[in-house]
Design a protein around this ligand. Structure first.
Ligand code: HEC
Length: 136
């Protein structure tokens, strides 16, 4: 008899706790989505920095900004890994690869290669946006 009461109490607590847990999970997701937007806006600012630095043929500055974009795309990759969106994860990895190529070629003052890598990076931004992963 006592055991039955205990089971009922535990079950009751579980039911009561569930909406709280679900609300908390949604709040975490919303915070993550906000962070994701911040990374994206930071990436756009860095894209501008790269454009300016490319015009000025300042390889060190290009490399610095490209390395920061690479780090932002690493966070993006983790974000979509957690959401199990394999195709989006792959695009984040592609963006990281092009950002690394951009950094390396700019550091070596190979600006033709840098321009090519930058173009591929920007295309990857757009390819991912066209898929609208945020609607999944
Ligand atoms: C792997 C996928 C992916 C890649 C690669 C990617 N983005 Fe995004 N980006 C997104 C998603 C998803 C959104 C929509 C986020 C939302 O609305 O919650 C977004 C939104 C944005 C936004 C709008 C942010 C806002 O405040 O609503 C900007 C700006 C942006 N991205 C810039 C970039 C730039 C620049 C790059 C490349 C350097 C890039 N993104 C690469 C997935 C990606």
């Amino acid at each position: 008899m006592r055991r039955v009461a205990l089971v009922l109490i535990v079950a009751g607590l579980g039911l009561a706790a569930r909406p709280v847990v679900m609300r908390a999970a949604r709040a975490v997701q919303a915070a993550d989505a906000e962070a994701h937007k911040t990374w994206m806006n930071d990436a756009t600012d860095l894209q501008e920095d790269i454009r300016d630095a490319m015009r000025a043929k300042d390889g060190a500055k290009v490399a610095e900004a490209a390395t920061k974009i690479e780090a932002l795309m690493a966070k993006t990759e983790d974000y979509w890994t957690a959401k199990k969106a394999a195709d989006i994860v792959k695009l984040a990895q592609t963006a990281r690869t092009h950002a690394r190529e951009l950094a390396a070629s700019a550091r070596a003052a190979k600006f033709d290669q840098s321009a090519e890598a930058f173009g591929k990076l920007n295309t990857t931004c757009n390819t991912c946006h066209d898929l609208h992963p945020e609607k999944r």
